[in-house]
Design a protein around this ligand. Structure first.
Ligand code: BG6
Length: 493
């Protein structure tokens, strides 16, 4: 038996991409509610919409992001379509959805609490209806012995915080976030053991609107936004341990194994720099202090962090219990600016001639997952949790059947890579939650047609469809994988 007997097999979702009911039962608006649909394959970017004080409306692409115009109030506009408003209506299908997860044999389910469901404004009055919803959802999981794994912040910034204070640039967000954590830690401490603070915290680099509801995009603003999130995360870790020492709090990062395109030292140096950009977020959250390379960079750029008394102690004392990370593909860098580029998870990469790409241009690299696991363990010696992985693909639906052998192939190879990492390299891996286990809205492109799930949802890019759920071939494949605790990966393993 390669996988530990308590290995957390499961799947992952995020509230804004899955739940719908965006204003129901007292929920406030969040930043993700104001982001339109895009189209990844046509290169149409998602946009955040706003109104100006003079009543004029406008929008701004979220990637690559630029500062919002001064005075812009982020809000939904009448003539725009926002795919997350209804999403796939998990809010009203959660019992059915969790029953499907149980049928696959899930040991855990990673999901996010939408902060604006609990605190509609981000602070102030708690919304009991929101708390009740997650109570029922967790109870449903526990009924099937599915361990909830909760992300506290998955690109869901209460809109009030964005418009009132520009979000994480303002230190009050730290206080409000910790207050929100206190509420949910206290309420769910007997139902939820595993938590994660900020989903893909490193997205602050390129997607500051997602990562921190930021209205500014300059380096100084992003450095301060990250600083505040680090503080908030460290405080949350400490608080969780005080409330219930059994609770484990992890960080979450978008990780890729990064390769230099050639052995030219220029490429290798580029790779080193690229690694630093990612590792920075882990260095602070796992080691509890800012690394020298980042401090030097801030010095060069004239960036000053708003450090207050005790802050550095808080960072030191609030290091995380485990590393959660998403892995979809590896990336490749080159010192030659003329190299052809392809897209990836919220990022881009030089095309790696040895790898195939998904329909959305993401490089497919199972071996890179094994490399990533080794890199992370060597550097941090913390338990690892793959909390997102999967293939976004176009599924063909015919007479209730979806034959997604391409997805099975992708997942099988990645599970095999995990197996090798555990068996050969001695990696301490806690679990695996493939992304979008039931089809949901894509975060990057806002499409529905980019599907990851084991379960198909009848819903199109404009929200048309019955929202009925259908099992794909991969559903049965994953069921067997879990049943055999990763021993049976199907024929082609
Ligand atoms: C991660 C996010 O970036 O990748 C998810 O945590 C997202 O929210 C996932 O959905 C897959 O990306 P995409 O753009 O295909 O939805």
């Amino acid at each position: 038996m390669v996988f530990p007997k308590d290995f957390l097999w499961g799947g992952a979702t995020a509230a804004h991409q899955f739940e719908g009911n965006y204003q129901g039962d007292g929920k406030g608006l969040c930043s993700a509610d104001c982001v339109t649909r895009g189209d990844g394959r046509k290169n149409i970017q998602r946009r955040v919409t706003f109104k100006m004080p003079d009543g004029k409306t406008g929008s701004q692409v979220v990637f690559p992001y630029a500062d919002l115009p001064k005075g812009a109030i982020v809000q939904c506009l009448e003539d725009e379509y926002y795919p997350t408003h209804e999403a796939v209506d998990h809010y009203h299908h959660f019992k059915e959805d969790i029953a499907l997860m149980a049928e696959m044999g899930f040991k855990c389910y990673r999901m996010s609490i939408n902060w604006s469901r609990i605190y509609p404004l981000g602070y102030g009055k708690v919304n009991e209806e929101g708390l009740k919803f997650y109570d029922e959802l967790f109870d449903e999981c526990l009924k099937y012995n599915i361990e909830p794994v909760v992300t506290l912040f998955h690109f869901e910034t209460p809109l009030q915080l964005v418009n009132e204070m520009g979000d994480w640039i303002d230190r009050r967000c730290v206080t409000y976030f910790v207050e929100y954590c206190k509420t949910v830690f206290t309420r769910y401490q007997n139902k939820v053991k595993y938590w994660m603070t900020f989903n893909e915290i490193n997205n602050m680099e390129i997607l500051p609107l997602y990562a921190g509801g930021m209205v500014r995009n300059d380096d100084q603003a992003k450095a301060i936004g990250s600083y505040h999130q680090f503080l908030a995360s460290a405080k949350a870790v400490k608080l969780a341990h005080q409330i219930n020492p059994d609770m484990k709090v992890g960080m979450m990062i978008a990780y890729t194994a990064c390769y230099a395109l050639t052995c030219n030292p220029v490429d290798e140096l580029k790779k080193m720099k690229d690694d630093q950009i990612r590792h920075f977020y882990m260095d602070v959250q796992c080691r509890g202090a800012y690394p020298a390379y980042k401090l030097k960079e801030y010095e060069r750029k004239g960036i000053v962090l708003p450090i207050q008394e005790d802050d550095l102690k808080i960072l030191k004392e609030g290091t995380v219990d485990y590393i959660g990370f998403s892995y979809y593909s590896s990336s490749c860098v080159s010192g030659d600016p003329k190299r052809e580029i392809t897209s990836g998870n919220m990022t881009t990469s030089v095309i790696n001639p040895y790898l195939e790409k998904s329909a959305w241009g993401w490089l497919i690299d199972p071996m890179g997952l094994r490399i990533a696991l080794n890199q992370l363990q060597e550097r941090y010696q913390l338990p690892l949790f793959i909390v997102e992985n999967g293939l976004g693909a176009l599924d063909h639906f015919e007479d209730g059947a979806i034959h997604d052998d391409y997805r099975i192939d992708y997942l099988r190879k990645h599970v095999q890579a995990m197996k090798d990492a555990i068996e050969i390299d001695g990696i301490d891996l806690m679990g695996y939650t493939p992304w979008g286990c039931i089809d949901l809205i894509s975060a990057g492109t806002g499409e529905m047609q980019k599907r990851y799930g084991f379960v198909y949802v009848d819903n199109d890019d404009l929200g048309n469809g019955t929202k009925k759920r259908y099992k794909k071939d991969s559903f049965y494949w994953y069921q067997k994988v879990i049943q055999s605790n990763g021993n049976d990966l199907g024929d082609k393993a």
